[in-house]
Design a protein around this ligand. Structure first.
Ligand code: FPP
Length: 254
């Protein structure tokens, strides 16, 4: 996997890094007159299916928006149910993910979670740290603006300590301090559930990402839908601010 944080003009058939906003669990449950948590449980099954899909297609990194910084404001009962679901999923799935070569990491404000979840996150990360077949990044209590603010704080601390000249703070310096700095930025962003917005996910990292939206609710996602997104991606021309002619010249062997 390319390990730079900056995009390179290219038209790879398969995205190296897929980022997903998994929206629509609540509506899926409501349509069935069931409590919202039933939708989240069905959503967890779609997560497993998506991991299988990425492993089969050779996608190297998958970043899932599981819980935003703003989601703490949901009704207490729903937050509690989601926490239980996360804990159960961590207890149940990590051995199998490890066996399949998946590296699990969490991004976001970890200190906001209760101790048992934090401990499970740390164990999952330590157990799978040596894997590289698929980087599975779970954004939990994550916000893109918070991510950028944290990077600014880290750079400011370095500058205040005299280790960094403020004039040298450039894109590469910020990119090195935001979440997932060691991975290429997402090539493809998928959002289910019908809304066409980014909702404070990976704001810095999505600058040149191809966006794909679908009305399908997250629990209804299947391999066919994920493949449709990949097919659409494969037909796009990524220009990174250049012209079509320039991209064509770069892609033609000398
Ligand atoms: C958004 O749907 C979804 C969430 C806030 C939670 C996502 C969680 C999962 C998919 C469960 C398991 C995840 C892992 C990583 C084990 P929504 O509730 O906002 O749906 P709505 O827009 O229909 O109300």
């Amino acid at each position: 996997m390319r390990m730079t944080a900056m995009p390179a003009p290219a038209r790879p058939a398969v995205p190296q890094h897929l980022a997903i906003v998994m929206d629509g669990n609540g509506r899926w449950a409501q349509q069935r007159r069931r409590p919202r948590v039933v939708g989240h449980r069905a959503g967890a099954r779609a997560v497993n299916l998506t991991i299988d899909f990425c492993l089969q297609r050779g996608i190297g990194a998958l970043t899932l928006f599981a819980f935003s910084s703003e989601n703490w404001g949901r009704p207490e009962e729903e937050v509690g149910a989601l926490m239980k679901l996360f804990l159960n999923a961590l207890e149940r799935e990590v051995d199998e993910l490890h066996r399949r070569g998946v590296r699990v990491r969490f991004i976001g404000e970890r200190e906001r979670f209760v101790d048992p979840i934090r401990a499970r996150m740390a164990t999952a990360e330590a157990q799978t740290a040596g894997n590289g077949r698929l980087h599975l990044n779970i954004a939990a209590s994550y916000g893109g603006r918070q991510d950028i603010a944290a990077a600014a704080r880290a750079l400011a601390r370095e500058a205040a300590a005299g280790r960094l000249d403020p004039e040298r703070i450039d894109q590469a310096a910020v990119a090195a301090h935001v979440a997932l700095a060691d991975l290429p930025p997402p090539d493809l962003f998928i959002r289910t559930g019908g809304d066409c917005r980014i909702s404070n996910f990976l704001l810095w990292q999505l600058a040149y990402t191809e966006l794909w939206f679908t009305e399908t609710l997250w629990p209804d996602v299947d391999a066919g839908l994920l493949q449709r997104a990949l097919d659409d991606y494969a037909g796009r021309e990524r220009r990174f601010g250049l012209t079509s002619a320039q991209i064509a010249a770069m892609e033609t062997p000398a």
